[in-house]
Design a protein around this ligand. Structure first.
Ligand code: IMP
Ligand code: MG
Length: 173
């Protein structure tokens, strides 16, 4: 069994300051046509972040990605909910909640490039560098954290905890 830590790891206020700073950094460094959020964990981060880009022509899309359960193709991702051909010729900002082994963002950014996107840059609010299993760095990251399982602000454990405004780590009881 797991329980939430005594104190949040990041309060809603700290998260919002971080999101605002990330938005500034993205705006200064990348011109993009479409935001692609990876469901479900990134839905709150995407909705907060994209309000710092108030542009009439900015497109918002979401994609579902799950690790392929096939021993013959370790690390393969199964994607659904978005036809990647829609991204052909577009400059894409690909967003996840957290960068862990690195497989999701690496694999998905490669698939989007292969589908003909004009450019792809990646963004994650949280980064656990010590957990990396493939070589990958996101272009824009918020908080670096140690190897802890975190929930809240969209992130879940078995589908729960997503709507907590702060980010908490889970500890074994
Ligand atoms: P990666 O492919 O291992 O980098 O995995 C990234 C995905 O794993 C994220 O989109 C999350 O859905 C999930 N994940 C990894 N670490 C955590 C965590 O600490 N809390 C909640 N979800 C996590
Ligand atoms: Mg995820």
């Amino acid at each position: 069994m797991y329980k939430m830590s005594m104190m949040p790891m990041f309060t809603a206020e700290a998260i919002h300051e971080c999101v605002e700073a990330m938005a500034g950094q993205i705006r200064r460094n990348y011109e993009f046509d479409v935001v692609v959020g990876i469901l479900t964990g990134s839905f709150i981060f995407v909705s907060d972040l994209c309000r710092y880009f108030p542009r009439q022509d900015l497109q918002i899309k979401f994609i579902k990605a799950s690790s392929y359960c096939d021993e013959m193709r370790p690390g393969e991702l199964e994607v659904s909910g978005l036809d990647l051909k829609e991204l052909a010729g577009k400059r894409v900002l690909l967003i996840d909640d957290i960068l862990d082994t690195g497989r999701t963002l690496k694999c998905l950014s490669e698939k989007i490039r292969a589908a003909g996107a004009a450019a792809v840059k990646t963004c994650a609010l949280l980064d656990k560098p010590s957990r990396r299993e493939v070589e990958f760095q996101a272009d824009f990251t918020g908080f670096k954290i140690e190897d802890k399982f975190v929930v809240g602000y969209g992130l879940d454990y078995a589908g729960e905890y997503r709507t907590f405004p702060d980010i908490w780590s889970l500890e074994e009881e």
